[in-house]
Design a protein around this ligand. Structure first.
Ligand code: RUB
Length: 304
């Protein structure tokens, strides 16, 4: 028989093994799991219910350490426990998070597309719903665009992006990660997603992002990140550092026999300094990286 907690454990596993991946999707999956769990729990008084929900939230948050959308989603939903009816509170806030997340991606698409000109070639990295929304919206507006996607080793999320854009009818080119500098003179603008934005305007995103930003900066190509406000990291305002996930070396390569001793490192994300970022496209508008503190204070002050 299925236990109530299984829905939480299942979502935890899917996030951990990257069956569910990408910061926005992770956040919505966690919110949805908390909602389903809340609805399944029966016969508990409010206090017991709150303890169970908080434990479930902790488990979900431990699935992956870097994307702040995960703890932000969980905290947003669990604030519903303060309602007169905690179960209804949690369900309502989970739905609110999911709906506003989807709406945010749509708005980011509209705002970001204003920065794409007819004839532009866009470079993107990894697989970001928010960045794809910008690209698709520009295309929907009738702009003739081309997109270069990096493979994004080791998990090759760039293949998903390339297929998605190609299916949409967009002129799409796939390149290996190390070819970014070679092709940069063909690129007019870089648009990537975000796993977290820090209070001082730095971007945490898929490994390789900071190298792309460096190359774009050297070539005077604008570098934009598309980030919903729930990608801003409240705790960085009080000096906390973001943990960069290091994943299993076998994702990179498996050496056997006498080469087993070769060390392999596999960080999943890196940090792009704010000086390489031209703008952050949020659902409340385009902001300079220096505006990150303001977004955190305004939207997440209560989370600090
Ligand atoms: C995904 C990644 C994406 C961001 C933003 O990493 O780095 O650029 O999560 O995506 P992983 P979105 O594949 O390791 O989860 O805009 O969809 O939230």
């Amino acid at each position: 028989m299925e236990r109530e907690i299984d829905v939480i454990k299942e979502t935890f596993e899917k996030i951990k093994n990257m069956e569910i991946r990408g910061a926005g999707r992770i956040g919505r999956a966690a919110a949805n799991a908390l909602k389903t769990y809340a609805l399944k729990i029966q016969d508990l008084n409010d206090e017991e219910f709150k303890i169970r929900m908080k434990k479930a939230g902790e488990l979900l948050v431990s699935a992956r350490p870097t994307a702040v959308s995960l703890p932000n989603a969980v905290k947003f939903v669990l604030k519903g426990l303060e309602d007169e009816n905690p179960k209804i509170g949690v369900v309502k806030r989970a739905e609110e998070f999911i709906n506003s997340s989807l709406k945010a991606i749509e708005n980011i698409g509209k705002f970001g597309a204003n920065r794409i000109r007819d004839g532009d070639t866009i470079l993107t990295h990894c697989n970001s719903e928010a960045a794809i929304s910008v690209i698709k919206t520009a295309y929907d507006e009738g702009k003739e665009i081309k997109v270069f996607c990096t493979e994004t080793r080791p998990r090759n999320q760039g293949y998903i992006t390339a297929k998605t854009l190609y299916d949409y009818g967009i002129d799409t080119t796939l390149i290996v990660d190390s070819a970014v500098r070679y092709f940069i003179r063909e690129i007019d603008i870089v648009v990537v997603g975000a796993d977290a934005i820090t209070a001082n305007g730095c971007l945490v995103n898929k490994i390789g992002t900071s190298q792309i930003a460096l190359v774009a900066n050297e070539s005077r190509v604008p570098f934009l990140t598309a980030a919903e406000t729930y990608k801003f990291h409240p705790k960085t305002i009080v000096g906390e550092l973001i943990e960069i996930e290091e994943r299993d070396p076998s994702e990179v390569v498996v050496f056997e026999g006498k080469y087993k001793g070769i060390k392999i490192r596999n960080p999943a994300f890196d940090v792009t300094p704010s000086k390489y970022i031209d703008a952050i496209i949020t659902e409340v508008g385009l902001i300079p990286p220096q505006g990150a503190w303001y977004i955190i204070e305004k939207y997440f002050g209560w989370l600090k």
